[in-house]
Ligand binder design. Sequence first.
Ligand code: PLP
Length: 285
Amino acid sequence: MSRIAYVNGRYLPRAAAMVHIEDRGYQFSDGVYEVCEVRGGRIVDERRHLDRLERSLGEMRIAMPMTRAALDVVMRECIRRNRVRGGIVYLQITRGVARRDHAFPPAGTAPSVVVTARNLDVAANERVAAEGIAVITVPDNRWARVDIKAIALLPNVLAKQAARERGAREAWFVDAQGFVSEGSSTNAWIVTADGKVVTRQADQGILRGITRAVLLDAIKAHGLALEERPFSVDEAYAAHEAFVTAASQIVMPVVRIDGRAIGEGRPGPVATALRREFHRFAEAG
Ligand code: PLP
């Protein structure tokens, strides 16, 4: 089955799905995006993702290209046409097509919209989660507005590649004070020796992950001790457990940081339970 993408008003076979060379996403990374999990063919936590999308667009001063209801229809249609049951739907909005000039294009320039959807290998992800992943730490060299879900991701790309080249699946950014901010495409968490679940507070130093927000609800509902604060790399090395969260991975246990085993070197009980429980707290569309 050929895959279908939505591009500026049309559903096209993927090979024919193109954007203009003067799209500002291509020229300047001048755009934002969202990734939602698709589970049983339904979008998980769509409301929160669209809230964050609107916030990102507002911070970038890009107009919402269509109503939320219309975006919902397009996302569902992409899921349907691509027969996605377990996977992701990807939505990207840029400031549109205009002659190359750093300043904003003329008023009325239509934002560009691209939506794609695809199945993920859910069973393979479960196998990875059962083993746990390795992460490395890298200096956080990103811009100061990582709270915006911008498509400009070069530091994240380089960090992820560095992880791959060192046999790890994720890189954790470390700020100038030695605290972990977040992963290159995930939020970062630890469980301390005395059982506290710790993740950085949602300030401008991290992306306010939707999976993170849902998990905070799950943690509170389970009565686990929670601290939203920065944690250092040394504290992470000494943690009982570590894990990362993202829409495409839910809760992924971390068993090794910079080559050092975390806890017993296998997925811990808190991460495993939170992964199992997650969808009880998420909204299914
Ligand atoms: N942090 C970064 C830098 C990300 O790119 C992502 C997801 O892409 C996340 C955190 C997790 O966000 P969410 O849970 O909304 O997928």
